[in-house]
Design a protein around this ligand. Structure first.
Ligand code: PMP
Length: 375
């Protein structure tokens, strides 16, 4: 006997798909092509693993845990560590499997049909995707020509559409531009929307908005362990907001979303973050060095960045950005990110800071591609 339907009873896939929301069917999925490069500079990860001794301490703690038991209902050890690090009360903190999950949860409790979400673009694509999945309307506000935030246009769009949420990614992925304290406050004060401030890269530069949370119940700050904290593989992130709003967002979060490996590792890494601080400082210094060196290479426009990556446009008339991408990968073993399909980013690539040796390989490769045939 088999459960496979015979030809006559076989239904077309359309019978299932007609129940999927049209706004979802119209979307392209968030994806990333798999490559196995020698030097991987395409996902804004830390080039440095968590220090060996710290990992071993965490392994020993995990070995003691009963794997047959659920983790605690509230990830209180992790929340306590976040609370100590941020000086924000535990009932205003949610932890999750990466900040992705918190973007999803915040938008799940705020967005539905007829609800507007203001999104300055180009930016991280998940905001638009999750807005559409929830049936809301993404109101795109273009960055200025120099790819800085257009604060007046953001305010105008939020007021005109009576937006429920304004999403601000600062420093912004993939441009590297960030908002100042005053700019965040101007947007906050001129609108009555929730301000969802994604600070995934703030350890590398830009204004850290945690001090603004006090007394501002419409402000939500998201942070991740995937970049400066060197833990992308374990998936951890957190949200800071007023306790009343946090309790509402918590309703959209799945129970036991954080497994105890992640909870234990994230809490421990956070408590020992001074061990990671020199690595974070060296990544920011390398970002500045790559930026200065890239600016000397002809045919490129290199944008300033407060994050651990740099956006650049291939402007030389005879060189396609796809050729730069392919030759970096094939001839030099360096994988960067092609972001040319984002709005405003025609011919643009993004590279994240790696180790000094990785960055040298990238710079040598880029220099030779861009200067070949010159002179
Ligand atoms: N926000 C931004 C701006 C990002 O660039 C990313 C990852 N690329 C995330 C959130 C998601 O990070 P996490 O790994 O914490 O889900």
């Amino acid at each position: 006997m088999t459960d496979r339907p015979d030809q006559q009873t076989m239904e077309s896939a359309e019978t299932a798909l007609r129940h999927v929301k049209p706004a979802v069917r119209a979307l392209g999925a968030y994806t990333l092509k798999p490559y196995e490069p020698h030097i991987k500079l395409n996902q804004n990860e830390s080039p440095y693993d968590v220090p060996r001794a710290l990992k071993e301490r965490i392994h020993a703690m995990l070995a003691e845990r009963p794997w047959n038991r659920y983790p605690p209902f509230v990830a209180s050890n992790f929340i306590q560590a976040v609370s100590e690090a941020t000086r924000w009360p535990g009932d205003g903190i949610l932890v999750a499997n990466g900040s992705n999950e918190l973007i999803q949860s915040v938008l799940a409790v705020t967005v539905g049909p007829g609800v507007s979400v203001v999104i300055p673009e180009p930016t991280f694509t998940l905001y638009r995707l999750m807005t559409a999945v929830n049936g809301g309307t993404a109101v795109s506000v273009a960055l200025a020509d120099d790819l800085r935030f257009d604060v007046d246009a953001i305010i105008r769009a939020a007021v005109d559409t009576d937006a429920a949420v304004v999403v601000l990614c600062s420093p912004n992925n993939p441009t590297g531009s960030s908002l100042t304290r005053d700019e965040i406050l101007r947007i906050h004060d001129a609108t009555d929307a929730l301000i969802l401030l994604d600070q995934a890269y703030v350890e590398f530069g830009g204004y850290d908005a945690i001090p603004l949370l006090q007394g501002r119940p419409r402000l939500v700050v998201l942070r991740t362990f995937s970049k400066a904290m060197a833990m992308a593989g374990l998936r951890a992130g957190y949200m800071l907001a007023a306790p009343a709003l946090t309790a509402e967002v918590n309703k959209a979060k799945l129970p036991y979303n954080i497994n105890f490996f992640t909870e234990c590792a994230a809490a421990e890494v956070l408590r020992c973050r001074s061990e990671l601080a020199p690595l974070v400082a060296s990544i920011s210094a390398e970002r500045d060095r790559i930026h200065a060196e890239m600016r000397m290479i002809p045919g490129l426009r290199v944008y300033p960045s407060d994050a651990n990556f740099i956006l650049f446009r291939v402007e030389a008339p005879g060189v396609a950005h796809t050729e730069v991408f392919d030759r970096l990968l094939e001839d030099h073993g360096v994988l960067v990110r092609d972001v040319s399909k984002y709005p405003m980013l025609d011919r643009c690539l993004r590279v994240n800071a790696g180790t000094p040796a990785e960055n040298d390989a990238f710079l040598d490769g880029l220099r030779s591609i861009m200067t070949q045939g010159e002179g």
